[in-house]
Design a protein around this ligand. Structure first.
Ligand SMILES: Nc1ncnc2c1ncn2[C@@H]1O[C@H](COP(=O)(O)OP(=O)(O)OP(=O)(O)O)[C@@H](O)[C@H]1O
Length: 610
């Protein structure tokens, strides 16, 4: 246990009256038991303190919190803390996220913000801070969110040249003067309730994220319906439900009959099974298994397997194939491979050599002139896309916040791992939720690695993939690591909002998720983007806002302004270290302790959940 940190925390809590009791027992381990406290991996230091709504009343006792010099996250929001901004916080050099909103702080803001070089989010809103906004904020190069709304700050807004700043709010203060050039990119609403003049602002200046020609729904009240409409929907839903159920039973009955041999399935394409089987005898056209793969079937067995189409993707069709010994695999049949055998095999070797628990392992491949196949483990739970958007109504199992966090961190680590491959040049090229699965530890795991380089170039599709594609990717072969970061940002938004990247509203409006989220956030500092399904979990709002910031930094327009995947991993790890005892148990039961995946080149492969 971090003894010194423990003493500092005890001094803090014993000297600050509070109305809710904390289980901070001196004889218990800080890292394992104390509510709101998170430690680093080796449990030598406290790295996060989150104590929102504890009823703390009075000034922060000096020289207590400030002794936690390894602290990265400090949240004391929604308390009754008064007094000045503690000057000894200058010792917290590693601070990355600072939440002190909704308290009774007063006095000036710290003059020198440059002591906190790692700050990414500052929320000091809804306090009584006065004086001017310090210019030193512009030294915070990592800053992505700054909320100073609802204070009594006065003077002029400094020229804050912070390219990473995504969300700003200084509304409802006593600020005056003209809006500095560097802040013109933010919507006017974030400056409202002040005396700021927008004189210098060029009229009709395009916003940073130009609204699309496609319309998106109004962020506010868009989801509210009248009672009659609601009733009509419920009745219609009921009828539809019955019809859908009957249809489902019919489909299930027919399905068994429809399951064909994989060879028949392939034959329905361009190639006869006989041809394929005869090729399997050709030593040059064998099914090539990768080292460590325990499968024993050959191409013939595979073609004899009963198969079911899982879906048609950008690069071909995926089949679920069940072999005679009940082994279930996924066979991906590629169409439009542009590279020759040598390049194809080389790329397969690169992909097949990645053995990491957050990357779906390529088990085998097959190459012949007419046929290119890839073999993977089968993930019975389905993809993250299916988990998020699949079943609705009664059949639906909500995807809880912990699972979404695990998916995010796992997938981020998987992509970062892929980016280390091939001399740090490998690109995934097709990150989307239907290519992310849950590994045996329920962390995200990325599939479909590196196909873009061997396939013919494709113009941006109108299909589902379009919503994930970075704006600079005009054809699939132009994908690069920053465009993977963009696509991952879209997946994060999908996890946070529960919405598909491109979807239509009831009124048939096409909604582009990235633009929609921008439009909501632009309107105000708001929680309206979050999936309603997540609202049942207590105390996760802050983590969701942090994730939203990360997602927004990934989907910025300019590729060079996006963080590198390794940075994204660190940012997500900061949201919550998943190795600590859970601070946010799911309703009803306490979550188990989690072991996060590591980025290091692992030998453990992804394990499908069969
Ligand atoms: N190993 C797997 N286990 C279970 N389902 C899978 C597996 N691989 C793919 N699928 C599912 O099969 C369907 C088709 O996959 P496929 O990868 O061919 O297309 P896609 O993901 O929709 O698009 P893209 O080709 O652009 O990746 C998807 O729903 C996908 O989630």
């Amino acid at each position: 246990d971090p003894v010194e940190d423990k003493l500092a925390l005890l001094e803090f809590v014993n000297n600050l009256p509070h109305s809710r009791s904390l289980n901070w027992n001196q004889s218990n381990s800080v890292c394992a038991y104390w509510t709101g406290v998170t430690c680093n991996e080796d449990k030598s230091r406290v790295t996060a303190v989150r104590l929102p709504g504890i009823g703390f009343n009075g000034p922060i006792p000096p020289y207590t919190i400030s002794r936690l010099s390894a602290l990265q996250v400090l949240s004391l929001r929604s308390n009754l803390i008064s007094g000045n901004f503690p000057s000894d916080f200058a010792n917290l050099k590693n601070l990355s996220l600072l939440y002190l909103q909704f308290n009774n702080f007063s006095g000036p803001l710290p003059l020198d913000f440059s002591v906190w070089k790692n700050l990414t989010i500052i929320n000091l809103s809804n306090n009584g801070f006065n004086g001017s906004i310090p210019h030193s904020l512009s030294n915070l190069t990592q800053l992505a969110g700054l909320n100073l709304a609802n204070n009594s700050l006065s003077g002029e807004l400094p020229d804050l040249n912070l390219p990473r700043l995504q969300v700003l709010n200084v509304s409802n203060n006593d600020l005056n003067g003209t809006l500095p050039k560097s802040l013109e990119r933010f919507p006017r609403s974030v400056f409202s309730g002040n005396n700021i003049s927008f004189e210098s602002v060029t009229p009709n200046m395009p916003p940073v994220f130009p609204p699309s020609s496609e319309s998106y729904p109004k962020p506010k009240n868009s989801g509210r319906l009248g009672e009659t409409a609601l009733l009509a929907i419920i009745v219609a839903g009921g009828i539809l439900g019955v019809v859908a159920f009957a249809f489902l039973i019919l489909v299930c009955c027919l399905r068994r009959k429809r399951e064909d041999m994989l060879s028949d399935k392939l034959q329905k394409g361009e190639m006869s099974p006989e041809k394929a089987i005869s090729r399997s005898q050709d030593a040059n056209n064998r099914l090539v298994f990768f080292e460590g793969c325990h499968y024993t079937f050959d191409l013939e067995d595979l073609l004899r397997a009963s198969a079911e189409v899982l879906g048609k993707g950008t690069f071909g069709t995926a089949y679920k194939a069940i072999l005679e010994d009940a082994t279930t695999v996924v066979v991906k049949r590629l169409k439009d491979v542009s590279s020759g055998k040598r390049d194809f095999e080389q790329q397969m070797q690169v992909v097949g050599s990645i053995k990491h628990e957050n990357v779906v392992e390529l088990k085998a491949y097959y190459y012949s002139k007419d046929e290119k196949l890839m073999v993977y483990d089968y993930f019975s739970q389905g993809s993250v896309f299916a988990l998020l958007h699949g079943k609705r109504g009664e059949d639906r199992t909500p995807l809880d916040w912990d699972t979404r966090l695990r998916i995010a961190i796992g997938a981020a680590i998987g992509i970062a791992r892929i980016h280390l491959e091939n001399g740090g040049k490998l690109v995934h090229g097709n990150i989307k939720s239907s290519n992310i699965f849950l590994n045996s530890k329920k962390y995200g795991c990325v599939s479909d690695v590196g196909l873009t380089t061997i396939m013919s170039s494709l113009a941006p599709p109108i299909s589902r993939a379009a919503g994930y594609r970075a704006p600079e990717v005009t054809d699939t072969r132009k994908a690069a690591q920053p465009s993977d970061v963009y696509s991952f940002g879209v997946v994060l938004l999908e996890l946070l909002t529960g919405k598909s990247p491109i979807h239509t509203t009831a009124g048939d409006e096409i909604v582009h998720l990235v633009r929609w989220v921008h439009s909501v956030v632009r309107e105000e500092w708001t929680a309206e983007v979050f999936d309603l399904e997540l609202m049942r979990y207590p105390n996760i709002e802050e983590e969701m806002v942090e994730m939203l910031q990360i997602a927004m930094s990934c989907v910025v327009r300019m590729p060079d302004q996006r963080p590198k995947m390794l940075e994204v991993v660190k940012m997500i790890e900061n949201v919550r270290r998943l190795d600590s005892t859970e601070n946010h148990p799911s309703p009803g039961n306490k979550s188990e302790s989690l072991t996060p995946p590591q980025l290091v080149v692992g030998t453990e492969s992804s394990t499908s959940s069969q």
